[in-house]
Design a protein around this ligand. Sequence first.
Ligand SMILES: *Cc1c(COP(=O)(O)O)cnc(C)c1O
Length: 461
Amino acid sequence: MSRKKTPYKTYLAEEEVPRAWYNVRADMKTDHAPILHPGTLEPVTVADMQPIFCTELAKQELNVTDRFIEIPEQVRDFYLMYRPAPLVRAYYLEKLLDTPARIYYKYEGNNTSGSHKLNSAIAQAYYAKDQGLTGLTTETGAGQWGTAMSMACAYFDLDLKVYMVKVSFEQKPYRKTVMQTYGAEIIASPSDTTEVGRRLREQFPDSNGSLGTAISEAVEVAVSTEGCRYVLGSVLNQVLIHQSVIGLEAKAALEKLDEYPDIVIGCAGGGSNLGGLMAPFMADRLAGRQAPRFIAVEPASCPSLTRGRFAYDFCDTGQVTPLAKMYTLGNGFIPSANHAGGLRYHGMSPILSQLYHDGFLDEARSVEQSAVFEAAVRFARSEGTLPAPESAHAIRVAIDEALKCKESGEEKVILFGCTGNGYFDLMAYQQYNDGTMVDAIPTDTDLERGFKTIPSLAGIS
Ligand SMILES: *Cc1c(COP(=O)(O)O)cnc(C)c1O
């Protein structure tokens, strides 16, 4: 079949930018196991979550019935400052690879925060403001989420305290500068500003910090401060709902081109961008219509889906958050330093975990850091965009799949999420260019150490 040559970039018109998010949970065959209260081990209720989250977001977290949730007008107005995001046909990468595959990517790096995280940050800030709150706390690893939240809080005039994983705080000074410019207060974690931070510093004086620890600190401050709540940039159901805007736009843009993907690929840290990108295609799959093959890509250094356990675990290292049934390496797993900071989380979205467990998310693949940067450089030199190291995980697998098509002669349509740009990751690129990058892969013994921190809950599996 001959197709008209598709444009390099396809944008929706402003009025076509979605007016509602899609909640895949309403269509799932098996819902994920309930989130449990850490004290009572009973399923959490909206009331349980209210001290931590804004009420509306707590409701979204538990929403299994509404397939579509209206995007508030003020959030959609903010979206229009940087959305629609382009759907790009990777002609130059295809040419470089000499593949018959048609490769498309949804590019989410065209905003100051540099990633897709702004899609949820602005929604979370909106609901906080709408409820009359005055401040928010959060954590950040690589810095993208903290930056996105800083922008969102500046827009809605909210105070923001960001607990930043210590190693990133030291390695990425310009991230701090961006967040401070938008008015946020940045604290290196573990810190002496919280009980949990002080305890961990005493136990592990040389700790470089972890996302899990920073979460514990941010939650502690939120629940003990009047008018303040906590926000999280991935993993949660509410975040996957907001990120569905990526997939809804991508699907609409592909429809304009009369295309449907055979393969959908996304990197997976906490699972939000992949969850968002694949959501409307997963709707097709769950309804028994046509469906792509879904592939999640994670770093070999933090392999939650490929080597983790499907079990109830805490979402944080301090064990103060609720328990979720998910693929996890154990809340005490501390991944070795890795440049794809946004993918260094011990757990995985409960929705994605359930879809993977049930075979709807077809495959998880782990890739090593040097292979990821090799792909990132090929992509940068051919397509022009300098990708975030996280995004380059998806690029790696997109390239591998396109090369398989070259072998077989199949003209598959490949769609992947290019979640961000790499301008704050130049130290990583420098190491790759200098040939000093190392691949750290945990041994089985390392993993066992993490698994031991998964709580054993009598009678609950
Ligand atoms: C945070 C981040 C990710 C990973 O997070 P998910 O919740 O798994 O999407 C991927 N890419 C970029 C650029 C990020 O900032």
